[in-house]
Ligand binder design. Structure first.
Ligand code: VSD
Length: 337
């Protein structure tokens, strides 16, 4: 009898806690906010820019290609919610301090110089390939195209936030876009994962440091996005990498953008959007700031504890079975006698 009572009490307690977690989330809404979006002319960035526009945000899209910026602006204009919404595009390559600062100066101009309410750093490129085919230039380029592209606008924004009044800066956001491949990695991603892992490190340090200004940090870990970028990267992606990735179903940029906004709305630090993301978020969390640690998270942790090691063993097996084909590949390219 006592045992039954204890079990009922525990289950009831856990349920109450879950409900508390569910309703006690900080809710953030894009309406009326100034959102600065890099990489907003294609894939996740474009889907997000459109979603923010539909929700009544003021949106500044930053990307390099003017033609694509013009096209994105047309799409945004078509879904604007009110004539007062400010929708703008700017051509900058924000992996340098100079251009990151210039892009913010330009984007903040219509707002009397006030810094954006939220930065969504979506820009990034993947160039999968074998490590032995890389050289100094391609290794460094990958950091320009991923890490510096996120770190420089974050630095420029943080300087602005810290110089504003506390009331002005409070509640502003930097949202980084990393990848499921920053929770783990596989053959073919030696130029990609390191830079995405680096973004995770930056986000975690900033999550702690920008509390000094009341600024929130979020980081997104999407899996496969059916974007124009994926079509390009798949053209040069090693066959073995494609094979391991088959286990990942993938989703449209629109669905990933939905998941990203949902996580940001709920105040999650690590934002994920699919089963794989939920499992790896829980299983690799370590001392990362917790997103929530209710029952649901515990279930994903258990799936990770029991599911990830066999999956990894399977991946290793697939790689070893690929050795003969890879030897041929190296010979064909003159990388081996
Ligand atoms: C119980 C555990 C089961 C786990 C199954 C996991 C299978 C995942 C395979 C790799 C997925 C890669 C997604 C990232 C895509 C990405 O970032 C690149 N396309 C670069 O753009």
């Amino acid at each position: 009898m006592n045992v039954v009572l204890i079990v009922v009490a525990v289950v009831f307690g856990v349920l109450l806690y879950e409900i508390f977690v569910m309703f006690n989330k900080k809710k953030w809404a894009p309406k009326g906010k100034h959102c600065y979006v890099t990489g907003g002319t294609a894939g996740l960035g474009l889907a997000l820019a459109l979603k923010l526009t539909k929700e009544g945000a003021n949106v500044s899209v930053i990307a390099r290609n003017q033609e694509r910026l013009d096209k994105a602006l047309k799409e945004m204009e078509a879904v604007r919610q009110s004539p007062d919404q400010i929708l703008k595009t700017y051509s900058y390559a924000v992996h340098t301090t100079a251009e990151a600062e210039a892009s913010l100066d330009a984007a903040c101009q219509p707002y009397g110089g006030r810094s954006p309410d939220a930065l969504f750093l979506c820009a990034g490129t993947a160039r999968p390939g074998f490590f032995v085919e890389q050289d100094e230039a391609t290794l460094k380029q990958s950091f320009d195209e991923i890490y510096w592209l996120a770190a420089m606008p974050a630095l420029a924004a943080a300087k602005r936030f810290s110089s504003e009044s506390e009331a002005e800066a409070k509640g502003k956001k930097i949202v980084f876009v990393s990848s499921a491949l920053a929770y783990f990695s596989i053959v073919g991603y030696t130029t990609y994962s390191p830079a995405k892992f680096a973004i995770r490190g930056l986000a975690e340090a900033l999550h702690s440091e920008l509390m000094l200004y009341g600024v929130d940090i979020h980081i997104f870990f999407p899996g496969t996005i059916f974007s124009p970028g994926l079509i390009t990267e798949n053209k040069t992606k090693p066959k073995i990498t494609l094979k391991i990735e088959e286990r990942d179903e993938g989703m449209s940029p629109e669905r990933w953008a939905d998941e990203l906004l949902k996580g940001v709305r709920d105040g999650d630090f690590h934002v994920v959007g699919d089963f794989i993301g939920r499992v790896f978020r829980s299983a690799t969390r370590g001392a990362s700031p917790s997103t929530r640690s209710g029952l649901v998270d515990f279930v994903y942790l258990m799936i990770g504890v029991f599911g990830v090691p066999p999956w990894r063993k399977g991946v290793d097996k697939v790689v070893r079975e690929h050795i003969p084909e890879h030897q041929e590949y190296l010979k064909e390219r003159g990388l081996k006698k």
